[in-house]
Every structure is written in structure tokens, then in C-alpha cells.
Design a protein around this ligand. Structure first.
Ligand code: MTE
Ligand code: QUE
Ligand code: MOS
Length: 760
């Protein structure tokens, strides 16, 4: 049977031979045009004058466009307006697109951009979230969730602590940058091939920008060389600009951002400033908590409303708060508009929570794991979240117990103490942290999926659905689901490029829900096709019962007659049975009243736990992960190899966010970390030397998800919080009264914390 097997990624061979086609591999016609974007050289202020005459005269330049040449809508804000495709006179971040150069090659277009002469009236940019907070400068109004009377319970608590933490953002650093190719079509339409997590949204935006109905625009995505949330809304820029130029010049147009432009012009993970005020008893059991979570949204809303919401939904992580008040702020800064990034705000809320847990433990002189365990939800009495969703299934406590023994937590804790007593410079640290991550888009309408299945008369199947492939293995998993349902060899099924003209009105491939919703939709399509084939066979062979038709082992049995897929497809075709089916799925039972901050936004939770041991050098702040053990709950896995790959990759990406990767802006608002020389993503050697990843066994999802599997894309990123907490543990071994440790825990930050040289 296909589901549950560790099939290789459907593009694995293509990936390693270089035959997998990405947007920039598409061979265009010889008269293809290329564009480059001219970005603002200030972060805030106004354009006084813009002289593009030298740009127009540069070698190979065919056209130069500003906002005045755009045909229809000029704002590409995905949810709320605020993202000018090309700026008018106001500038709100460094690198903001101002004009487009169209030339005969990317290189000529990029060279011409440099010839622009622009004068500005620069204003003082706001470059950090605390300044925006003080000025009450927001892209969206503040929003609060509460349960119980946190202020009153805080006042009565035997112990009370306040803490704060700055949390850095993160560049997506997908290996394939933003790219789109637009081909003009009839009636002012266009067909765009784009590296894109959200083809439908691109279709919608391009239609608005061109001033044509959506039916004139087709968007195709075969695969991305990584998306990580960075191609959910940020792919729209290349799509919209290439479409405008393609329609204007009636030629194929390529837009592919240089790495530097990509880093300057497209959004990243939100940095956060977080504060907590917590009351607890002598045992460290939390009685009440108040959080302020302030996200650095950049200059416009983009998806920040939902992202800060998700941070708020995850500052409880796995812990019950008898009373809680959670305030989320969407701070406006003169930086690029921040966007979706694996975890979608969840990691930032969860890190604030886990930092608070550490602080409580240190205050009481207890092991942080003891405090964590003491505060876990249970499903009987301590089972209501701050947003009033009940926790009905919860396997975090048993997973943590399992990990505590399999990773020898207690023994290693003692060994580390001995090591630290015997080493003055090197200090080791250990931490075990859990993850509980809510699965579903918290915006209800996005929780739907669609699929289209064709059985051709030779018995081969072509499958299409609304999800996009970004390396996560969505296509092979959906292929396995359909193969399983049809009892068919998976090799008969070709999953083809995602296209807005095959499955319409799709949701972004995001919120880890790709398989949950598109796999379920594809399954519905397979069931529909199967039903028609059963009816056909029952009639054809005058069978007394449908039970006499069996699909298995890549063949079909109708009573005593056996068909191959070739013979059945041909026979059904000859009898004029429709062999194409659509499938649709919407997640049941979810609702959230944002006004009241009450409801059931999540269909279920994905869970995991990690123990990490690190070593730091207390003189230099250097740090290294020595060992990580993970137990993660993917329900009944559809493809264990893909799932383990997702867990390993997400963990390392999360560890990069919390230890190496640091965004820095110059005082004029220019991003200084604008390439791999200045922005350090993890290398292979940064993965834990000992890395034990285990899928929780015999744990089918209690909720009726597709084949009882669980989403895996984002949740394991937050297992990397164990790295941060382990570093903090090591810092405490170096100095029992260190200054606050902000994220990322770079060598500089670690050293500042040890020496007590706090930045503020
Ligand atoms: N894995 C790879 N290799 N590349 C990616 O870009 N994106 C992550 C995750 N895993 C990503 C990835 C993010 S942000 C999400 S939301 C999910 O994959 C989306 O895919 P899924 O819903 O099919 O799991
Ligand atoms: C998780 C997500 C997303 C989300 C909510 C989540 C996401 C996303 C949106 C969103 C919100 C409002 C819109 C819209 C999209 O919400 O990726 O078009 O109008 O795009 O909990 O990953
Ligand atoms: Mo993932 S951040 O939901 O694209």
C-alpha cells in the first residue's frame, strides 16, 4: 500500500541531476525581455526629484516604467492596502521599488538601474519595534485575548516576576530567489510561471494590476527552490511587474531578483519585543500571566494581523494559564514589510513563553524541566487555552517523559554539572522543551482545498491540486494518498504543476496544511472516480453487490473478472464513463470569534519535544550544538522519510534563527546584512553532531485528518527553542546572574549576557 511508505521525493532524481526545472531554467524566445527594479536609497521621506534620463539611454534598455505607467491598480497589499507596487513620492523603507527597467538581459537592466539620479527629502526612520511602540505607531490596531482576571490574580500571587526579551527576525534565504516569467495572452491576458506559494493570490493581484478579470490570468508553479513563507505574498512583486511589462510590450518578460535585491525588497520573519508579568506559587505553578507581544511589521500590514495573532495563540505553548491577558501589537517601522516565515509568529510567542519558564525556574532554584512539567495542560481540569479552546487530546507529557529517559536527561544533567565545575572557560548547557502548535489557518476561509483527477484511457492518472511544492514533499504525499485510495501503483500517477486554470480559488500552501487540505481534496476526487468505476463494473458484470469490486495491488477485481488499470480505463472509456473528477475539502468544526477572542481556531495540535545539549566558550561566546534528541508527533505518517526530513530541516532552520542569523540595519535604514557574506545561515556542520529524530509511534491523529496524519511543515522549527534554552543554561553556568539574553544568541549576545553588559 502506498500511504505510510518512505517513498523518495517525486523530484529526487531530478534534483540531484539538475533536471528539475525552476523558473529561471525556462528557455524563453530570443526576444525575451528582462527587468530590474530601482529601489529607494532612503528609508523614510519623500522623493524630491527622479531623473531617469541616463537610465533610458543605457545600453540594452527598452523601457523604463514608474507608477504613472501602471495600467490599473497600483497597490498590491494582499489583505489590506499599503504596498505600492511602485512608490509615488513617499518612501517608507530602504529599497522600496520606485521604477522598473526593461532591457535585453538581466545584467543590462541591473546596470541601468544604477544610473538613476534621485533626490530625496529624508526623514528620521523608525528602525526598531520599541521606538514604534513608544510612538504607538501601528500598521493595525492592538488586539487582546483574555481568560480570567489576570490583573487580580497577579496581585494575589505569592511570587511575581517581570521579564522582557528582544527576538530577532529572519531572512528566508530560499536557495532559489524570487522569480517570475510572464507571457502575454489574448485579450490583454497573461500567463505567469512563478516561484510561488500562493498562485491564486498572484492571479488575483495581477488581474487587479492589469485591470482584467481573473479569467484572463493564469499562474503556474511547478516547484520552488524553497519558500518557507517568503513566497506567500512576496512573490506578487515579480508577478505583477513582469505581467505589466509583458502586456505592454507583448513579449515574454523575466523578473528574477538578485540576492541583494531579494533581501532588500522582500519581507522577512518579524522581529518581536516581548514582555511578561507572571505570578506563581512556591512550586512554580503559574497562577496568572500577562504578555505583551510586539511584532516588527515593517511599513505595511501584509499578513501581520494574522502573524501577531499566531504569536498570541502560542505564548501558552504547552502550559495551562489559570488567568491570562495577552496583548498583541503590530508595530510600524521603516523597514521592508515583514511576512510569513515557517511558524508564522508562533515561534516568537513560544520563545517568550519558554524564556519565562526558564526565569521562573531560576528564581526558585529548580530545574526548568520541573517547572515545565508542573505547568502542562491536561485534558481534564487544566484544559482551556487563553482563547477558550479546550485541549481534548494531549500527548506532550508522555512524549516528554519518554524523551527524558531515552535521552538520559537526569544523568546528563549531572555529567554537565561535573564538566562545568571542571572547566573554567567551556560551559555546557542542557534543555528539554516541548512544542504544541495549532493546525489550521486562523482565518477560516483559507481552510479549504481542491483537486482535479484525470484517468486517461491507458490507465495512467494525472493529478492536480491547489498545493505547491517547495521541497517539502507535498506532491509525493498527495500522490500516495490517491494511490492508496485507488489501490493503484503510485508510479501510475503523475502529479503536475499547480495551475490556477486547473484548480481555482486555492489557499496559499501555508500553515503546514498542504497535505491536510489538498490531500483530503485529492482523496475526495479519487473516491468520486472510484464510485463511478464501481457502478460501471457492477452494471457491466451484473454483480449482486458493490463489495464484489475490489481495488488493490494495482488491479481491479469485479467478481471473478480481473482488470488491469489499462483494461479498466479503456473499457470504462468505451462505455462513456466520465473519467475526470474534482475533489473538495473544507476543515470541519473550526470557528473563531476574533472580536470576543474566543473559539476553536485549531482543528488539532501537532506536538513534539526536544532535548539539546550545547557547549559555549565563555570568553568568546562561541557556541555549538553537541547533541539533540527529538520525539515528534506526525500522527500516522503518510511518508516517514519526508516527515523526518521536515523535522531535521525545520530544527536546523530554527537553530539558525536563534543562534547565527542576525539582521542589522544602518542608522539610515539600509539593511547591512544583504548577502551570504554578512548574513550567516546554518551550514551542514551546524547541525547537531548527534541528532536522534524519532517519530512518535502508534499515534494516529485522534481527529479525522487525512489518513489520521498530522501536519509537519512548521511545528518542528520550534523544537529549536531547546537550543536557545540550553545556551541560556550554559550562560548561567558561566555567570549565575547574567544579563538578559536576547535572540539570536550570537557569540556577541552570549558574551554580553555573561559579562552583564546589557544593551539597554
Ligand atoms: N520544506 C522545504 N524543503 N522547503 C520549504 O520552503 N516551507 C515550510 C514547510 N517545509 C518549506 C518546507 C513552510 S513555511 C510550510 S507552511 C510548509 O512546509 C508548507 O508545506 P506543507 O503544508 O505541505 O507542509
Ligand atoms: C497561519 C497562516 C496564515 C494565516 C493564518 C494562520 C497564512 C495566511 C493568512 C491570511 C490571513 C488573512 C488573509 C489572507 C491570508 O493567515 O499563511 O489572505 O486575508 O496567508 O494561522 O500560515
Ligand atoms: Mo508557511 S510560513 O505557513 O508558508
Amino acid at each position: 500500500m502506498s500511504a505510510g511508505r518512505s517513498l523518495p521525493h517525486d523530484s529526487a532524481a531530478l534534483h540531484v541531476t539538475g533536471d528539475a526545472e525552476y523558473v529561471d531554467d525556462i528557455a524563453g524566445p530570443s526576444n525575451q525581455l528582462y527587468i530590474a527594479i530601482g529601489g529607494a536609497q532612503i528609508a523614510a521621506g519623500r522623493i524630491r526629484s527622479m531623473d531617469l534620463s541616463q537610465v533610458r539611454l543605457a545600453a540594452g534598455v527598452v523601457d523604463v516604467l514608474t507608477v504613472d505607467e501602471l495600467p490599473a491598480a497600483t497597490d498590491i497589499g494582499p489583505v489590506f492596502p499599503g504596498d505600492p507596487l511602485l512608490s509615488e513620492l513617499d518612501v517608507s523603507h530602504f529599497g522600496q521599488p520606485m521604477f522598473v527597467v526593461v532591457a535585453n538581459s538581466h545584467q543590462l537592466a541591473r546596470q541601468a538601474v544604477l544610473l538613476a539620479r534621485v533626490e530625496y527629502d529624508a526623514a528620521e526612520p523608525v528602525l526598531d519595534v520599541e521606538t514604534a511602540m513608544r510612538q504607538r505607531s501601528y500598521v493595525r490596531p492592538p488586539y487582546t485575548m483574555q481568560r480570567g482576571d489576570a490583573a487580580r490574580e497577579l496581585g494575589k500571587a505569592p511570587h511575581r516576576l517581570q521579564g522582557k526579551q528582544r527576538i530577532g527576525g529572519q531572512e528566508h534565504f530560499y536557495l532559489e530567489g524570487q522569480a517570475a516569467v510572464a507571457e502575454p495572452g489574448e485579450h490583454g491576458g497573461v500567463c505567469i510561471t512563478s516561484s510561488n506559494q500562493n498562485p491564486t493570490e498572484a492571479q488575483h493581484i495581477v488581474a487587479k494590476v492589469l485591470g482584467v478579470p481573473m479569467h484572463r490570468v493564469t499562474v503556474i508553479t511547478r516547484r520552488m527552490g524553497g519558500g518557507f513563507g517568503g513566497k506567500e505574498t512576496q512573490a506578487n512583486l515579480c508577478c505583477a511587474l513582469s505581467a505589466v511589462v509583458a502586456v505592454k510590450h507583448q513579449r515574454v518578460v523575466s523578473c528574477r531578483l538578485s540576492r541583494r535585491d531579494d533581501m532588500l525588497m522582500t519581507g522577512k520573519r518579524h522581529g518581536f519585543y516581548t514582555e511578561w508579568d507572571v505570578g506563581f506559587d512556591d512550586e512554580g505553578q503559574i497562577l496568572a500571566v500577562s504578555f505583551t507581544l510586539a511584532g516588527m511589521c515593517g511599513h505595511s500590514p501584509d499578513l501581520s494581523d494574522a502573524i501577531v495573532d499566531r504569536a498570541m495563540f502560542h505564548c501558552d505553548n504547552a502550559y495551562y494559564y489559570p488567568a491570562a491577558r495577552i496583548e498583541g501589537l503590530r508595530c510600524k517601522t521603516n523597514t521592508v514589510s515583514n511576512t510569513a516565515f515557517r511558524g508564522f509568529g508562533g515561534p516568537q510567542g513560544m520563545l517568550a513563553c519558554e524564556s519565562m519558564m526558564d526565569q521562573i525556574a531560576r528564581h526558585l532554584g529548580k530545574d526548568p524541566l520541573e517547572i515545565r512539567v508542573r505547568n502542562f495542560y491536561n485534558t481534564q481540569t487544566r484544559n482551556v487555552t487563553p482563547y477558550h479552546q479546550k485541549i481534548e487530546h494531549f500527548n506532550v507529557p508522555s512524549m516528554v517523559e519518554r524523551l527524558r529517559s531515552s535521552a538520559e536527561y537526569v544523568k546528563r544533567r549531572q555529567e554537565i554539572e561535573v564538566f562545568n565545575n571542571n572547566n573554567r572557560v567551556l560551559k555546557r548547557g542542557l534543555a528539554l522543551t516541548p512544542v504544541k502548535f495549532g493546525i489550521s489557518f486562523t482565518v477560516k476561509h483559507l481552510n479549504q482545498g481542491g483537486a482535479l483527477l484525470h484517468l486517461y484511457s491507458d490507465g495512467s492518472v494525472q493529478l492536480n491540486h491547489g498545493g505547491t511544492e517547495m521541497g517539502q514533499g507535498l506532491m509525493v504525499k498527495v500522490q500516495q494518498i490517491v494511490a492508496h485510495e485507488l489501490g493503484m501503483a503510485h508510479s501510475r500517477i503523475a502529479v503536475t504543476a499547480t495551475r490556477t486554470d486547473k484548480v481555482p480559488n486555492t489557499s496559499p500552501t501555508a500553515a503546514s496544511s498542504g497535505t491536510d487540505i489538498n490531500g483530503a481534496a485529492a482523496r475526495q476526487a479519487a473516491l468520486k472516480l472510484k464510485r463511478r468505476l464501481v457502478n460501471f463494473l457492477v452494471t457491466q458484470h451484473a454483480l449482486s453487490s458493490e463489495q464484489q469490486v475490489v481495488f488493490s495491488n494495482d488491479a481491479i477485481h469485479a467478481g471473478s473478472v480481473q482488470y488491469s488499470w489499462e483494461s479498466l480505463a479503456h473499457a470504462a472509456y468505451m462505455e462513456r464513463v466520465p473519467l475526470s473528477a474534482t475533489g473538495f475539502y473544507k476543515t470541519p468544526d473550526i470557528h473563531y470569534d476574533r472580536e470576543a477572542a474566543k473559539g476553536q481556531p485549531f482543528y488539532y495540535f501537532a506536538n513534539g519535544a526536544a532535548v539539546t545539549e550545547v557547549v559555549i566558550d565563555s570568553l568568546t561566546g562561541e557556541n555549538k550544538i553537541l547533541r539533540t534528541d527529538i520525539v515528534h508527533d506526525v500522527g500516522r505518517s503518510i511518508n516517514p522519510a519526508m516527515d523526518v526530513g521536515q523535522i531535521e530541516g525545520a530544527f536546523v532552520q530554527g537553530a539558525g534563527w536563534l543562534t547565527h542569523e542576525e539582521l542589522q540595519w544602518a542608522s539610515d535604514g539600509r539593511l547591512m546584512t544583504d548577502g551570504p557574506a554578512t548574513y550567516k545561515i546554518p551550514a551542514v556542520s551546524d547541525a547537531p553532531a548527534i541528532f536522534n529524530v524519532e517519530l512518535l509511534e502508534d499515534a494516529p491523529n485522534e481527529i479525522a485528518s487525512v489518513f489520521r496524519s498530522k501536519a509537519v511543515g512548521e511545528p518542528p522549527l520550534m523544537l529549536a527553542i531547546s537550543v536557545f534554552c540550553a545556551i541560556k543554561d550554559a550562560v548561567h553556568a558561566a555567570n549565575p546572574m547574567p544579563a538578559d539574553l536576547d535572540a539570536p544568541a550570537t557569540p556577541e549576545a552570549i558574551l554580553r549576557s555573561i559579562t552583564g553588559d546589557s544593551r539597554s
